[in-house]
Design a protein around this ligand. Structure first.
Ligand code: DGL
Length: 262
């Protein structure tokens, strides 16, 4: 059982930012990653549609023998993880915007959250904000259009920069000193964001925390691999493999990327 792979899914390439953190912390684990780019962005879909897509991804990963599933997508976590946990008998790790650490460290008591419409409108996001950010002003901003630009590889384009400026300006005017990236695609924007943000504004995402949680849950369930060899990694996309390849170019020796219609 413990040599079975970890399953990871996202609406596209964004969850590779989470896979990279998991691979650093758990280098001997095998993994299977589903990039559902054909259906991206999830953030503009209804809760029901997001649940249906999450079921489809989960069942494919389970059919491939995964022992634990990482929902490497804030939108799918905040809308579908309760359903998944209630219907499938494997541990699920989710990802939510890192409101808590930002709220604890903010001096201006004002924190910006950039996330998809699907995440910001979810009840899980609202209960997390209420529980962990008392006395803190949360300035929410929907990152409409950003996921598609990242999926198209247009990270450094003028369109992306102009869109980010439109999204950041109102948050800066409110006095944020932390910007929470509430979408797993957005860590790929960090170099651009660092250029656009004043130095005192810190960027925070949840990747490392998810990797630590994955390790803890594997240990607690006695699912950690006993293998001493480097893990094998299979990436499956339902669109052009070149997109996923470009996001994994620094890991190309250890990963296999294939197309499958799912
Ligand atoms: N990576 C997904 C997330 O973390 C993107 C959602 C989308 O496809 O809109 O929310």
């Amino acid at each position: 059982m413990n040599k079975r792979p970890i399953g990871i899914f996202d609406s596209g390439v964004g969850g590779t930012s989470i896979w990279k953190e998991i691979n650093v912390l758990l280098p001997n684990e095998d993994s299977i990653y589903l990039a559902d780019s054909k259906n991206a962005p999830y953030g503009e879909k209804s809760k029901d549609e997001i649940i249906q897509l999450s079921i489809k991804n989960t069942e494919l990963l389970l059919a491939k023998g995964c022992k634990l599933i990482v929902v490497a997508c804030n939108t799918a976590t905040t809308n579908a993880i309760d359903y998944l946990r209630g219907h499938y008998n494997v541990p699920f790790i989710g990802i939510e915007p890192a409101i808590k650490p930002a709220a604890l460290q903010s001096r201006s008591k004002t924190v910006g959250v950039l996330a998809t419409k699907g995440t910001l409108s979810s009840s899980l996001f609202h209960s997390t904000s209420e529980n962990h950010a008392q006395g803190i002003r949360i300035i929410e901003q929907i990152g409409k259009g950003l996921v598609s630009l990242i999926e198209e590889g247009k990270i450094n384009s003028n369109t992306t920069k102009e869109l980010l400026i439109t999204y950041l300006d109102p948050m800066l005017a409110e006095g944020i000193d932390y910007l929470v990236l509430g979408c797993t695609h957005y860590p790929y924007l960090i170099p651009v964001l660092e250029d656009l943000l004043p130095a005192h504004v810190k960027i925070i995402d949840s990747g490392e925390a998810v990797a630590r949680q994955t390790k803890a849950i594997l240990e607690r369930n006695k699912l950690i691999t006993s293998s001493k060899e480097k893990g094998k990694h299979q990436f499956i996309t339902n669109t052009d493999v070149r997109v996923l390849k470009s996001f994994l170019k620094n890991n190309s020796s250890s990963v296999k990327i294939t197309y499958q219609d799912f």
